[in-house]
Design a protein around this ligand. Structure first.
Ligand code: PLP
Length: 372
């Protein structure tokens, strides 16, 4: 999708409710917190029946997300609840699924602990070599690109082609890029999952996730799963994410632009052993990233000589919030090895926030100098 078309989506997102409003309606959606709805007689006569089936505030959030994804969207109470919906509905006993070896660890943990005992075989493959071996025999292929935390990429269109030929459902976890930075459905994926806890909400004040697809049969399954598993978002959380989503375009543009500047400067810095950022021309992910991403993202990684230097950098920079997660307004960082990811001791995942770039850079440069 061209920059003009992406901009048009971002503008439409802000004004989509306009044509539906009556004089006196609130411009912003209401928080409807209720378990039950007025329901005399035949329940099919009512648009809303029970709080586990549907809720006006979820729908108020699903509408603009659907505009952004150009697909039907279903929200979940967290990114993992969205991933779980896809894993459970797209795998069966005796089937095989393929996951990234270097993607978000909870996806592998969930599959190993809860799908495998039901007879699903779990295979994993590194994102950078995701095409190797093809996709024959898989029910479900789930890719994550750029992968979290390694920032490797795979060619979405090529995986889509292979997965389709093999008859597999192809899902992409698009959390690191958001629909404004990368559009897996346009590249041939069947399903997108996204943790809106990250950049979509952007304020680090709630968890939420969504699934998007243009395949009606898959969406019907996801809806049944949500209805009967009860993995439903809260009305207030949906409302918070609606509000966060309204500023996604400006936040994400600022964060990506700042990340690009920082990546260049950090890559040339004597205290930093290695930098990964798909936007760097020298990065192994750059060629594929430049082809399939509309932006290069707000996350980069730095490797220091050892864990102690990494910790001193994080703690020594007043504009870095030591915390997990990413995509928030505050720049944050952490050593991923503390969660068991297969990365070096000195590997730091840096999530770039919306601080003005030169102020942020000065604070980082000072923290680097203090490393001695
Ligand atoms: C954070 C994350 C998830 C899980 O999202 P939650 O909202 O924390 O449940 C899934 N995939 C990726 C790539 C993530 O970064």
């Amino acid at each position: 999708m061209s920059k003009t078309d992406l901009d048009a989506l971002a503008a439409r997102l802000l004004h989509h409710r306009g044509p539906t409003l009556q004089p006196g309606d609130s411009v912003v959606p209401e928080i409807v917190s209720t378990a039950v709805f007025h329901l005399p007689g035949n329940p099919s006569n009512a648009a809303f029946q029970y709080g586990r089936y549907h809720n006006p505030t979820w729908e108020a959030l699903e509408d603009p997300l659907a505009i952004l994804e150009d697909a039907e969207v279903l929200t979940f109470p967290s990114g993992m609840a969205a991933v779980a919906a896809v894993l459970v509905t797209c795998s069966t006993a005796g089937g095989r699924i393929l996951l990234p070896a270097d993607g978000y660890f909870a996806v592998r943990a969930l599959s190993e602990q809860f799908l495998k005992p039901f007879g699903v075989t779990i295979d994993t493959r590194p994102t950078a070599a995701f095409l190797d071996g093809g996709f024959e025999g898989y029910q479900l292929v789930l890719a994550e690109t750029p992968s979290n935390p390694g920032l490797d990429v795979c060619d979405i269109a090529a995986v889509a082609k292979g997965a389709k030929a093999a008859g597999a459902v192809f899902a992409v976890d698009n959390t690191t890029m958001t629909p404004l930075g990368q559009r897996p459905l346009d590249l041939g994926a069947d399903v997108v999952v996204c943790s809106d806890t990250k950049a979509v909400n952007g304020h680090s004040d709630t968890l939420l996730g969504h699934v998007a697809t243009r395949n009606g049969a898959l969406m019907a399954r996801f809806k049944e799963w949500r209805k009967y598993s009860g993995t439903i978002p809260g009305a207030f959380e949906a409302w918070l994410v609606f509000r966060g989503l309204e500023t996604l375009e400006v936040r994400f543009a600022r964060m990506c632009a700042t990340a690009a500047v920082l990546a260049e400067r950090l890559a040339g810095h004597k205290r930093v052993a290695a930098v990964r950022y798909p936007g760097l021309r020298t990065d192994p992910a750059h060629a594929v990233a430049a082809r399939q991403m509309a932006a290069f993202g707000s996350m980069l990684s730095l490797t220091f000589g050892d864990g102690a230097a990494a910790e001193r950098f994080i703690d020594g920079c007043p504009l870095i919030q030591p915390s997990t997660s990413f995509g928030g307004v505050r720049t944050s960082a952490e050593r991923r090895i503390r969660w068991g990811d297969a990365v070096p001791e000195g590997y730091v995942r840096l999530s770039v926030g919306i601080e003005p770039v030169e102020t942020l850079w000065r604070a980082m440069a000072e923290a680097l100098e203090k490393l001695g």
